[in-house]
Design a protein around this ligand. Structure first.
Ligand code: PMM
Length: 284
């Protein structure tokens, strides 16, 4: 399959340089209830400060979200998400020159965040609402399309696949084609296997073991293993904040497998992990 050839992704409102390998996206959850950092950044000043801190630590993108998607989470109305994310997105966009992505599947939230200065759409429903695809095409912004089985409210109730790697890859390929049909060029489409979204430990491990199959689609790949439950199951660390070294192992593997972006909480540490892995992978 034809790969995205150029190392620099440029669009009217942003730029990402993949020439050194994998880049780090820093997570900024403006929510009371995210599993890993819920409640920490609800205060706008604290959230902006944390965003600036992550940019200073070497994040290439800041991902702002106003709705928790942890297992069992209920949807947050768009107006409340907008209230949470727009001031922070605006303040960050004025101060830092790295792109800001908006983590939402609601088109009103996406539109408001783009107006405030975000320039990437991160949609865990892979543009299920076609107005999201139309918005991305019209605004000429990159999109992240993630795989999920079910919805956050139900996804961890007995997830089932006959062949998780093939099913996730085929879904993402189909969504990639669909997005291109809306006029979004291939180089602006990222695909994401959705670690922890309707997946058992075994499913997550198989997906991470077979990242080369996603990379081989020719789409750029994003992976979000940070602090997730599968790391707790493997290490016995119940507190998500204690899963740093587990996440580091997964992040190194992602970078070695040719993943373009890792979505993480612990930016400073993961930037080091990625720098070392990228350098090793570049040697010939
Ligand atoms: N994970 C979470 C939220 N948004 N977006 C993408 N593209 N990929 C992910 O894996 C992903 C996401 C849940 O984690 P969080 O509550 O720590 O943000």
């Amino acid at each position: 399959m034809e790969a995205v050839s150029n190392a620099v992704l440029q669009w009217p409102r942003g730029r990402l340089d993949f020439s050194c390998g994998c880049l780090v996206m820093g997570i900024l959850n403006v929510t009371p209830d995210s599993f890993s950092d819920g409640g920490q950044f609800l205060d706008a000043d604290k959230a902006v400060k944390h965003g600036l801190e992550m940019a200073g630590q070497g994040a290439a993108i800041i991902d702002v979200g106003g709705e928790s998607t942890r297992p069992g989470a209920q949807p947050v109305p768009p107006a409340e998400q907008i209230r949470r994310v727009v001031p922070i997105t605006g303040a960050l966009a004025e101060t830092i020159d790295i792109p800001i992505s908006i983590d939402t599947h609601d088109v009103e939230v996406a539109r408001a965040a783009l107006m405030a200065g975000a320039s990437i759409l991160n949609d865990i429903t892979a543009l299920s609402d076609q107005r999201m695809a139309e918005l991305a095409a019209q605004q000429q912004v990159p999109v992240i399309q993630m795989h999920m089985q079910g919805t956050p409210a139900t996804m961890q109730v007995e997830p089932h696949y006959d062949d998780v790697v093939t099913e996730v890859r085929d879904f993402l390929l189909a969504r990639g084609e669909r997005a291109r049909g809306f006029g979004i060029p291939k180089e602006r489409i990222f695909i994401d296997p959705g670690i922890g979204f309707g997946k058992t430990l075994h499913h997550n491990l198989l997906l991470l073991r077979n990242l080369d199959k996603l990379v081989a689609t020719g789409y750029r790949v994003l992976v979000g293993p940070s602090r997730k439950a599968f790391l707790g199951k493997l290490t016995g660390k119940e507190n998500p904040a204690d899963r740093l070294f587990g996440a580091a192992a997964a992040v190194a593997l992602c970078a070695a497998a040719g993943v373009s972006i890792v979505r993480v909480h612990d930016v400073g540490e993961m930037v080091d992990v990625v720098k070392v892995t990228n350098a090793i992978m570049k040697q010939s």
